[in-house]
Every structure is written in structure tokens, then in C-alpha cells.
Design a protein around this ligand. Structure first.
Ligand SMILES: [Zn+2]
Length: 395
């Protein structure tokens, strides 16, 4: 094993300090049985070159823990920003908003869920959220058409794998808020056909058929008969049920109706910070019991109760869920571009490696990280959306 820091504990910074970018052809490649074990680096986006006594010199890409794992972010609201900032493009890198392709690449994001969220409360949006959702869809498709070398839409688990294998980001659509379907199953089916692979059953507003967590009736009123039809249709099509924002009784009714694992795409734990957008322990246990996951949100107000929060605050929610129901039910749902303040150290999508580093330093293993960053949600995605896209769907 080659000691990359030369024994002076300089670590990566020590290596960076040397002029290692110079490279030459390895003169005796067949005669050098070398193994380099990089066990110190959580992440680094660069290459390392090594000079061996005798003059041979080679350069190797640093395969890091973060870059070696599949990272899935379950919730990003960039499309909400783009409905207002319609000239925003996913390239080049920007210094505003939280998301673009260069920053997704820096962040090592492999699968990004883009949520379509149409405000139910403002202006003309109130009456026609389904129509406004078409505008968000157009923006999503416009950007995919512009940058096919970097990002492609996925609608099945297998497609995410093949897109990532081709060294591209997989973009998956979600819809946040059941009001978007305007009480019409045909609209739900049309959104499925456009690629929607999760639907958050409510946003903060209740619908005629499902009560939200912010509603005073959260504990007493749940799904209507039509609400149950929505759930059964989602199961039939292969759309993941998302219960972030969803009322307590509604979540119980969903669990009594669905045959699939469910997720909370962007929530925390009430035991860590008691906010209606977070989940009680018994809700986390119910989600785990059906094989689902909780995507831990990065919004300071939800995780710490104030405008500011640290990466440790995010980890406190991850710790709690892992301690309560096991590591197999933790995921990440940043809410980037849906939040006006951010966690210090997690200011945009490029910062995910810093969370990986903090989790490693906190004691999570590489295998734990593999699950939190991707594998746990992949299990749900494969189970619910693993089938080939249906050409002819439900009624
Ligand atoms: Zn939300």
C-alpha cells in the first residue's frame, strides 16, 4: 500500500500541495503489480499521480466513496422557480437558484426527482393547477431536449440504471399535491404518461378527497372514496405514494388501501423537531413496516425550527430514523429550490459530498452510505416502478 500523504498526515491537502498534475506514460505497465487502497478519502473530484522509486510515474482517477455510490435526491423544486424564471436553463453553472447540471455533477447526483408543484393559493393557479402543470412539464422537457448529453428522463428503475451507466443524470418527475389532478383520474393517468413516478398526495392544502398535515382535521379525517380510487389507480399504474405534507388520518387510510411501499419524499422526525411537516415515530414505523423510506429534508425550519441549521441537524434526523427503524428506511429529499434558506454547508445541489463526509465522520460506514444515498429508495423504485412503461394503462 502506497502511503499517499508521505506519512506526514497531510492527507489530501498535502497531496494537492504537490504538482501531481504532471504525468508521463508508465514505462513498465506490465511489470508493476501495484495496489493502491484509498481508504482515507470520503470524496474528491480529481486525479492522483504517483512517482515510484526508479522513475515510473502514473496517474489514476481517485474513486471516492461519494462518487462510487448512487445518489438519489427525492425532492427538488427547480421547476417551481422556472415557472417564474422561465429563461433559466440547466446550463451553464449559475450563482443563483440551487440547481443546474454543472452543480448536479459536482454534487454527484445520479438520480434527481423534479417536483411539479403548482401553488393552490395564488392568483389564477387556484382554478387550473393541472393546466399550469403542463407549463412546468414543458419547461422540464425543454431542458431535457437541450442537454441530452448530460441528463435524460427516466420512467423506470431500469432506465435510471442505464442512463447512469451512460454517465448521465437520470431525471424523474414527481408531482407535489393531489390538487394538481383536479379530481380527475384521467389527469392522474395523463401525468403518469408524462413520466410522473411519485405523487405527493396533498401539499399543505387539503383536497376534497385527502386531508393535509396542516389541516386542523389532520387526525380525524382522511381519504374519501375517490381518494381511495386515486390510491388504487396509483398502485395499478406504478406511481409511488408520497406522504410528505399529508395528514395523519390520511396516511393511515393510504396504508390501509395501498399494496405498495410508500415514501415521505421530504420530511424529518417530530421526535427531533416537532413540526407538522415531520413524522411521528409511529408514522415512521408504519412507513418502514411496508418497506418504505423517509427522505430527510434539508429545510432549516423543519429540522431545527429556525432560519439556520447545520449538517449535524440533518444528521440528527437521519440518526433518529435509523435508530428507530433501521438504516434501510433512510433516504434524502433536499427540497432545494423550494426553500428560501438553506442548511449551512448544504447551500445547493453541489454540496451533497459534504453530507457524505459528515456522515462518514459521524460513524456511518460505506455500506450505510450506499443505502442512505440510494439503495433504500432504489428498492422502492424497483418494486413500484420497475416494470416497463405501460403503453395502454388502466381504463
Ligand atoms: Zn414540499
Amino acid at each position: 500500500m502506497i502511503q499517499l500523504d508521505g506519512g506526514n498526515d497531510g492527507g489530501l491537502s498535502g497531496i494537492y500541495g504537490k504538482s501531481f498534475r504532471q504525468s508521463r506514460e508508465l514505462s513498465k505497465p506490465a511489470a508493476l503489480p501495484l495496489t493502491i487502497i484509498y481508504d482515507k478519502f470520503a470524496y474528491a473530484g480529481d486525479t492522483v499521480s504517483v512517482t515510484i522509486t526508479g522513475g515510473e510515474h502514473f496517474e489514476t482517477t481517485l474513486e471516492t466513496i461519494h462518487n462510487g455510490l448512487t445518489l438519489i435526491d427525492l425532492h427538488n423544486d427547480l421547476l417551481e422557480q422556472m415557472l417564474i424564471d422561465t429563461v433559466y436553463h440547466w446550463m451553464p453553472e449559475h450563482s443563483y437558484h440551487h440547481t443546474d447540471i454543472p452543480r448536479l455533477i459536482k454534487g454527484g447526483v445520479d438520480i434527481q426527482f423534479f417536483a411539479i408543484w403548482i401553488s393552490p393559493n395564488s392568483g389564477s393557479y387556484t382554478s387550473n393547477p393541472y393546466q399550469v402543470a403542463q407549463a412546468a412539464l414543458s419547461l422540464f422537457n425543454r431542458e431535457l431536449d437541450l442537454y441530452p448529453d448530460y441528463i435524460r428522463q427516466a420512467t423506470t428503475f431500469d432506465e435510471t440504471i442505464s442512463i447512469n451507466y451512460g454517465n448521465k443524470i437520470a431525471a424523474v418527475l414527481g408531482v407535489e399535491g393531489g390538487h394538481t389532478i383536479e379530481d380527475d383520474i384521467d389527469n392522474l393517468i395523463a401525468l403518469y404518461n408524462a413520466g410522473m413516478r411519485y405523487m405527493t398526495i396533498t401539499w399543505n392544502n387539503s383536497t376534497d378527497w385527502a386531508v393535509s398535515a396542516q389541516d386542523a382535521r389532520s387526525e380525524t379525517v382522511g381519504l374519501s372514496d375517490f381518494g381511495r380510487e386515486v390510491i388504487r389507480t396509483m398502485d395499478s399504474l406504478g406511481i409511488i405514494i408520497d406522504v410528505s405534507h399529508v395528514g395523519i388520518k390520511t396516511v393511515q387510510d393510504i396504508l390501509a388501501t395501498t399494496t405498495n411501499p410508500i415514501v415521505a419524499s421530504h420530511s424529518g422526525a417530530r421526535a427531533v423537531y416537532d413540526h407538522y411537516r415531520n413524522l411521528y415515530d409511529y408514522q415512521i414505523e408504519a412507513i418502514a413496516d411496508v418497506g418504505g423510506v423517509v427522505g430527510v429534508v434539508f429545510y432549516p425550519y423543519f429540522i431545527s425550527g429556525s432560519r439556520t441549521a447545520s449538517i449535524d441537524d440533518v444528521i440528527a434526523h437521519i440518526d433518529h430514523i435509523a435508530d428507530l427503524v433501521g438504516i434501510d428506511h433512510v433516504a434524502l429529499g433536499s427540497d432545494f429550490d423550494g426553500i428560501e434558506v438553506t442548511v449551512t454547508g448544504l447551500e445547493d445541489v453541489s454540496m451533497f459530498p459534504d453530507l457524505t463526509l459528515a456522515l462518514l465522520e459521524h460513524g456511518y460506514t460505506r455500506d450505510d452510505l450506499a443505502k442512505i444515498l440510494g439503495k433504500n429508495f432504489q428498492r422502492v423504485f424497483e418494486q413500484v416502478c420497475g416494470k416497463p412503461p405501460a403503453k395502454y394503462v388502466y381504463r
